[in-house]
Design a protein around this ligand. Structure first.
Ligand code: SF4
Length: 642
């Protein structure tokens, strides 16, 4: 018997209505760990080249990792992978909560979904059993309603439900998967893929907790985390959530504002983590927000999830839909010039009810606001809805219309790049996306290696695919011992993008891909400011699985994952020419500490040359070479993409 996992992957063919359990060997688990790497290899093997992302031939893989469900912080996350309807490349979306751990306890390490059901169904997994059930009565309903209905129907309040909302049913290209009514596998449109398969939900419950190889060592690591958390760099996240960083971004000129025209926002304080804590966090009116306004994932000591509650006024928010993360505060706030915190909280709730990615949704709206202000979009286009900066009422109206694909919402449901293609009139120049995926709220103009990663990341612009620049700049003095574990011993200059910074971007991309493959939280484990360092991450994998895992082996698994994803894209015909940044980044920012900053195509091309060279990829195409794939044990991938 393996430790930490079951050795069971469920394969569901929705066209045929069949369920099969695969029992891969232990070596398979050690080779991929789970999460992104394992999911991608299933998608690559089972999705034909050039498949329609919303057609039955696309494969959707949902994977947890070998350590998922272990009793230590940060060990309940899951990856969703498929060909993305937003980017046309590999899709990858991560989420935490309780669903990942409960899937493991239900007896499975992952689910691979094929085909398309002739009618809406949901999947019910419990204690090693799996069955498909009719979901006609759930179709068209909001997430909160569906979760409550399934819990009542299955007569168990403790089941966990991963589902799509109406946006996924309607094929919104950035539809998300939602669990707990407020956790999202948000990015790259995995909700639309699940919707295209007529699969409404996956309910899980069980008591099959896998044995741990060294319970004493695991307990020791968990104890260390709980003891050191109050003095750690993530303690602030415990109080303000990810919104803790908003005012720091503003100070550095790195808070994207008015569709990336500036890095500073006049209304920053009004939408900050501090204001949220003082005003709308659940229990704030009685000073009980530390108890009522925080939520967590399975067994996590950090408790970084915010819960808001607004009972009066035009923008109510129910606590069960959680609260806005930093990215959501920025995309619906500073991106759109909106400083109305309740409106942002309400937009967050609508996204969780309809199953929409808050980043792509808010950023697509920001593009529309920008185009309206530039008179490229008119009231005739929007159906009479004015899109002047800061118009919270219009923003809220459009989020709901996107979720339903109604009116102008149907255009915006395509994402900013396709919407601009449809509208034209020069609005294409206002799109801020890479591989058609909208930028998250960290600015390459002030975090330059992140610009490279936004361009080269296989699933489009993403802020959780590498370590940000500050760690190797001013932060180096605090993190040098930790950074040495992955081979970085020299501090780099602020705003630099020399060869060492490029190597840092690539190596930490491998680190983050390893975290996504083990399916652990990137706030808990990581190479610098995180609660646990990379040696402790390796020690956690050792304690759970009994394998002699090292940091080097983890880095190699992360590299394997990145190469698998780039190989998928190569087979789809993507090349170096698809690793681009939007034109808008060439324009100088206005105001604050980043006044005059830009990021030019020439700077990107130089960085790409160095990045491909360090990666061992072909400089002309930007694709993995046979030699590199072979070195990573992926000869079958080289054969598959040729
Ligand atoms: S740090 Fe936050 S997101 Fe990560 S596992 Fe803990 S509660 Fe969940």
């Amino acid at each position: 018997m393996p430790y930490g996992f079951h050795g069971k992957i469920l394969h569901v063919d929705l066209s045929a209505g069949t369920l099969e359990i695969e029992e891969p060997a232990e070596e398979f688990y050690r080779f991929y760990l789970g999460g992104s790497a394992m999911a991608t290899q299933y998608v690559l093997k089972n999705t034909p080249a050039h498949a329609d992302p919303l057609g039955p031939e696309n494969t959707l893989a949902l994977m947890v990792g070998v350590v998922t469900g272990a009793a230590i912080s940060g060990n309940s996350r899951a990856t969703a992978c498929a060909k993305s309807p937003l980017t046309g490349a590999i899709g990858d979306a991560q989420s935490g909560g309780f669903w990942p751990a409960e899937l493991k306890f239900a007896g499975f390490d992952g689910i691979v979904v094929y085909g398309r059901s002739p009618k809406p169904v949901y999947l019910w997994l419990h204690d090693g059993q799996a069955e498909l059930r009719d979901a006609a009565h759930l179709w068209g309903r909001l997430t909160g309603d569906v979760e409550d209905t399934l819990k009542a129907e299955l007569d168990d309040n403790k089941i966990e439900v991963l589902q799509i909302g109406p946006a996924g049913e309607k094929g919104v290209r950035y539809a998300s998967l939602i669990s707990m009514k407020n956790r999202a596998n948000g990015r790259t449109g995995m909700g639309a893929v699940m919707g295209s398969k007529n699969l409404k939900a996956i309910a899980v419950r069980g008591k099959q907790k896998p044995a741990v190889a060294d319970p004493k060592a695991l307990k020791e690591l968990a104890r260390w985390g709980a003891k050191n958390f109050p003095d750690s760099n993530v303690a602030g996240m415990g109080k303000y959530g990810t919104a803790e960083v908003l005012m720091g971004q503003q100070k550095s000129g790195g808070l994207p504002t008015k569709n990336w025209s500036s890095g500073v926002f006049d209304g920053a304080e009004a939408i900050s983590g501090e204001t949220m804590y003082d005003t709308i966090l659940r229990g704030a009116d009685e000073g009980k927000q530390d108890r009522l306004g925080r939520d967590t994932c399975y067994a996590c000591t950090v408790r970084c999830k915010r819960v808001v509650q607004i009972t009066e006024g035009p923008f109510p928010a129910e606590h069960e839909y959680g609260g806005p993360e930093y990215e959501t505060l920025a995309t619906f706030g500073s991106y759109c010039g909106v400083s109305n915190l309740p409106a942002i909280a309400h937009a967050n709730q609508l996204c969780n009810q309809y199953g929409l990615d808050t980043i792509s949704c808010g950023a697509t709206l920001a593009w529309a606001f920008n185009a309206y202000e530039e008179e490229m979009i008119t009231l005739a286009d929007t159906g009479g809805i004015p899109l002047n900066w800061g118009n919270a009422d219009s923003m809220i109206k459009l989020v709901e219309m996107i979720g339903k694909r109604e009116g102008f919402g149907d255009v915006l449901a395509e994402g900013s790049a396709r919407a601009a293609g449809r509208i034209g009139r020069g609005s294409e120049a206002l799109v801020v996306a890479a591989k058609k995926q909208e930028f998250p709220a960290h600015m390459p103009q002030v975090k330059r290696s992140l610009g490279l990663i936004y361009a080269v990341n296989p699933y489009g612009a993403d802020h959780q695919s590498s370590e940000h620049d500050g760690t190797l700049e001013g932060g180096f003095k605090w993190y040098k011992d930790r950074l040495a574990q992955i081979g970085f011993t020299e501090q780099q200059e602020k705003y630099s993008l020399g060869d060492e910074k490029v190597r840092f971007a690539m190596a930490t991309e491998h680190t983050y891909s390893a975290l996504n493959s083990a399916s652990v939280c990137q706030f808990v484990f990581g190479p610098s400011w995180h609660l646990y360092d990379m040696e402790q991450f390796a020690a956690t994998v050792r304690a759970v699985t009994g394998w002699d895992m090292t940091v080097d082996e983890l880095q190699t698994i992360g590299e394997r994952s990145v190469n698998l994803q780039r190989a998928f894209n190569a087979r789809e015909g993507l090349t170096r020419d698809d690793d681009t940044l939007p034109k808008k980044l060439s324009k100088a920012l206005k105001g604050g500490r980043s006044d005059g900053f830009n990021f030019t195509p020439e700077q990107l091309e130089t960085a790409k040359d160095a990045y491909y060279a360090h990666s061992g990829w072909d400089a002309a195409t930007g694709n993995p070479t046979r030699a590199k794939l072979s070195e990573l044990g992926l000869d079958w991938v080289a054969d598959a993409i040729e």
